[in-house]
Write a protein that binds this ligand. Structure first.
Ligand code: HEM
Length: 259
């Protein structure tokens, strides 16, 4: 409990025919690079996958330039740092306490209900990218009940962070029965305020757009083969449907003389 409302943003990759939006992934990559990479790593993601079809689909030469100009990696053979190559992975995180984001979009759920059953996930999806976008847009001024020097930044969506006793509601036995404000205090300062980046495609850089773009990029990072998986699933359903029809007809025919 204690988590705030996760906005059910709609993403292009939802549903059985959903696809990543190449332009959105490129914008998300830009936000990750210019803002998030200052603290967070993506150590499980090979840089070369930025060229993959169905992903950000950058041209190969652009990927090479991006790797070399953006990141330095330690090369054990050279015993020194060198510009990154497409075959390297994104670097690991640099700031203490900032978790790696490679799998973040799959390790967090946005939807839990009703009553914790998770049934909403059947219709809305697990909600990882919605959760990330909501956190980024979920910072607010701390409620009046909180002491001014309380550690961290008040976020209406983040649940597991610190929470001041002054904002808890207790019954007469001193048992906590509620909270005056949703969310909790997170160690990450608000990374996005809106207008943090300029997009080459002129797309809006309002806070909630930036938040969705970087969340979509992190979904791709966590599940780059989502489209192939959905396609395989669809082929499976079609195949099983045809097989069922054939079995039905075979069955009728086999038993026809007996009836
Ligand atoms: C935590 C995303 C920028 C420092 C997180 C979490 C996410 C996230 C999804 C995990 C929340 C959870 O555990 O449920 C992002 C994105 C960024 C960004 C998308 C860029 C738009 C930054 C920057 C810094 C930073 C620039 C450092 C100045 C941290 C820290 C935590 C964290 C320290 C741990 C917070 C805690 O557990 O209290 N971030 N982040 N992040 N981030 Fe960021």
């Amino acid at each position: 409990g204690g988590g705030g409302h996760v906005e059910d943003y709609s993403f292009s990759f939802e549903g059985p025919f959903g696809k990543y939006d190449t332009n959105q992934l490129q914008r998300g990559l830009q936000i990750y690079t210019e803002v998030c990479a200052a603290c967070h790593g993506l150590k499980q993601v090979p840089i070369r996958t930025l060229a993959d079809e169905g992903g950000p689909s950058l041209p190969e030469d652009q990927v090479r330039a991006y790797a070399a100009q953006t990141f330095e990696v330690f090369d054990p053979e050279l015993e020194d740092f060198r510009p990154a190559k497409p075959t390297d992975h994104f670097p690991a995180n640099t700031a203490a306490g900032a978790p790696d984001l490679s799998l973040m979009a799959k390790s967090r759920a946005g939807f839990h209900g009703p009553y914790g059953t998770g049934i909403n996930q059947l219709f809305k999806g697990i909600g990882g990218p919605e959760y990330i976008a909501s956190i980024l847009a979920g910072y607010e001024e701390a409620p009046d009940c909180a002491p001014e020097d309380f550690n961290g930044y008040y976020n209406t969506v983040f649940a597991p962070g610190g929470y001041p006793d002054e904002c808890k509601i207790y019954d007469e036995h001193g048992v906590e029965i509620g909270r005056k404000a949703p969310g909790s205090w997170i160690a990450m300062a608000p990374p996005l305020a809106g207008e943090d980046v300029e997009f080459a495609d002129g797309h809006s850089n309002e806070l909630h757009h930036e938040a969705q773009d970087v969340a979509a990029f992190l979904m791709w990072a966590a599940e780059p083969k989502m489209m192939a998986r959905k396609q395989a699933g669809l082929v499976g359903v079609i195949f099983l449907t045809i097989l069922s029809v054939l079995l039905y007809l075979t069955n009728k025919r086999l038993w026809a003389p007996v009836k």
